[in-house]
Design a protein around this ligand. Structure first.
Ligand SMILES: Cc1cc2nc3c(=O)[nH]c(=O)nc-3n(C[C@H](O)[C@H](O)[C@H](O)COP(=O)(O)OP(=O)(O)OC[C@H]3O[C@@H](n4cnc5c(N)ncnc54)[C@H](O)[C@@H]3O)c2cc1C
Length: 510
């Protein structure tokens, strides 16, 4: 068949029983993470006006940066515009889940980020000063995953590394004011007067997205009327151990959460009854932690934020057939509980970049109608997934009004979303998933990270550390496994004719 030509990056063979693949190292590994200067946006005027690129990304937060990084590595010209004056220095998200770590590994970034963070897999709960539970089984029981924990790492560090990788290519102080879509291109106008023209636009411009308004998408949901305070601080305390997430329940309510942070910091989330101020938040923390004591030596960042739960009515303009895509907070927001916001945005970027690159790189025989189906499937897959993520975060934030152990039970029930490992594109009419499975290989689910066995004497490795983002991976030793560029399985089984029929129906017969 002739997409056929999903690039078969390597031809591993595997042993189903112990889930090991045998890696043929005869072909050199294409670790696609290469920076191409040719992918830099071309400036046609020295004043920056009338710039033309393949993809304009509005918003240089984690979602926009990740999309830009992945696209540029796939040879697509990209420009990232951000309204803020400079990159984020403090605050933001603090936890990368297991799936995000896998994505970063495939993108060739994890080794650089990991040393700056700390790992954490345990939640303990205290009730009126007494330790009532300590649990992590939803992490330890994960199968075929190397990183069974959160990597606690501040959003500014992720943004710094991504920004560096794209040669500091974000153009700051560029507030996008209008987005006008035509049949064959999109025009963007900035407050500075800069004008962009590109084939596609990604709106990664956060919860108040201008891009979302421009495509007429609604942004609806619920508003649980909760205002949280958040503090990043260096503290002195006699609480031990310090490398676990801790929930503090007082008189039946669980309004304080303490999370260990890199660089010896701690993060606190506090739900206050009265006025939301830093002082009141610190006092509430001290009350909840008692009889242990805590002193705030240096507060690095304090903020407060209301919980909102919203999802855009479509993630693609023109009811799914347009050139403007929404990703990250521009497409969905929810409470911080479960730490899924940044992770969901990174997953959107991961899901979108290879699709856009496939459409823009014309080195395949696919018809435009097929490519339209490919692009539309971004909305088909991501919108229901994100709705589930919103629902999980909604359940978690409401448990703050009750027993801390209820919160942990909800974490356990929904661990698939919190770890990121349970996201599945089966059963949602995705044309990129052919209902099938073979042992641990299940179409629609994440590709298991299995051990790769090299030739005798060689050092074994793992699949995710060898695969490069943007390539299809397949193996047809005794049955066929076809893995998409975003590391979800498209097909697994011995009924190869069925796989061919299904792929052909959307690839070639559109
Ligand atoms: C206190 C706190 C803790 C959190 N903890 C976690 C956590 O532990 N784990 C987790 O996964 N998530 C967490 N989140 C959520 C996470 O921070 C967000 O989901 C994430 O930042 C979304 O990334 P984004 O790139 O989609 O949007 P943003 O980070 O909001 O970035 C949007 C960018 O677009 C720019 N922009 C906006 N309008 C325009 C315009 N008109 N023109 C040009 N640029 C524009 C903005 O300047 C901004 O840089 C937390 C959030 C907060 C506030």
């Amino acid at each position: 068949m002739s997409l056929t030509e999903p690039t078969l990056d390597q031809q591993p063979s595997y042993n189903q029983a112990n889930a090991k693949l045998h890696l043929d190292r005869s072909s050199p590994k294409n670790h696609a993470v290469k920076w191409s200067k040719n992918a830099m946006p071309r400036m046609e005027n020295s004043d920056g006006a009338n710039q033309e690129v393949d993809v304009t990304i509005v918003g240089g937060g984690p979602t926009g940066l990740m999309a830009g990084f992945l696209l540029q590595n796939l040879g697509i010209s990209v420009s990232i515009l951000d309204a803020k004056k400079e990159s984020l220095r403090l605050g933001g998200a603090d936890a990368l889940n297991a799936r995000t770590q896998q994505y970063l590994e495939v993108a060739g970034l994890l080794h650089q980020l990991k040393p700056s963070g700390i790992t954490c897999d345990t939640i303990c709960t205290f009730s009126d000063g007494v330790l009532t539970s300590r649990q992590n089984d939803w992490w330890t029981s994960l199968q075929h995953v190397v990183h069974k924990n959160f990597l606690i790492l501040g959003q500014p560090e992720l943004e710094r590394v991504l920004s560096h990788k794209i040669n500091d290519g974000v153009q700051y102080d560029e507030k996008v004011t209008s987005v006008i879509e035509h049949d064959d291109k999109v025009h963007i106008m900035c407050a500075s007067g800069r004008r962009m023209c590109s084939k596609y636009v990604i709106g990664a411009d956060g919860a108040k997205s201008t891009v979302r308004s421009s495509i007429g998408a609604t942004y609806t949901g619920t508003n649980p009327e909760m205002l949280w305070a958040v503090i990043d601080a260096i503290v002195d305390t006699n609480l031990e151990p310090k490398q676990e997430m801790m929930l503090f329940q007082l008189q039946g309510r669980t309004c304080v959460m303490m999370i260990p942070r890199e660089r010896g910091r701690s993060r606190f989330y506090v739900l206050l009854d009265g006025e939301v101020t830093q002082r009141n938040a610190e006092e509430a923390i001290q009350k909840h932690i008692a009889p242990f004591w805590i002193k705030f030596k240096e507060v690095e960042w304090y903020s407060s934020f209301p919980v909102k739960e919203r999802i855009a009515s479509t993630f693609i303009s023109r009811s799914g057939s347009g050139r403007v895509f929404l990703a990250g907070d521009a497409a969905h927001v929810h409470s911080f509980n479960g730490g899924q916001g940044l992770n969901a945005g990174v997953e959107d970027a991961y899901s979108l970049a290879w699709r856009l690159a496939m459409v823009l790189n014309k080195s395949h025989p696919l018809k435009q109608s097929t490519l339209n189906v490919l692009l539309r499937s971004y909305d088909t897959e991501r919108r229901p997934t994100v709705q589930n993520i919103i629902d999980v975060a909604a359940a978690l934030v409401r448990h703050c009004e009750s027993d801390a152990r209820d919160f942990v039970a909800t974490v356990r029930r929904n661990a698939g979303y919190i770890t990121g490992m349970g996201v599945c594109y089966k059963g949602i009419n995705s044309p990129l998933v052919t209902t099938s499975h073979h042992g641990i290989w299940k179409a629609g689910s994440r590709c298991p990270d299995v051990e790769l066995v090299t030739a005798p004497g060689g050092k074994n490795t793992t699949l995710y550390s060898e695969v490069a983002y943007g390539t299809w991976v397949s193996d047809d030793d005794s049955f066929l496994v076809l893995v998409r560029p975003d590391m979800y399985i498209a097909f697994a089984g011995s009924d190869v004719a069925n796989c061919e029929r299904s792929l052909r129906s959307w690839l070639l017969d559109q």
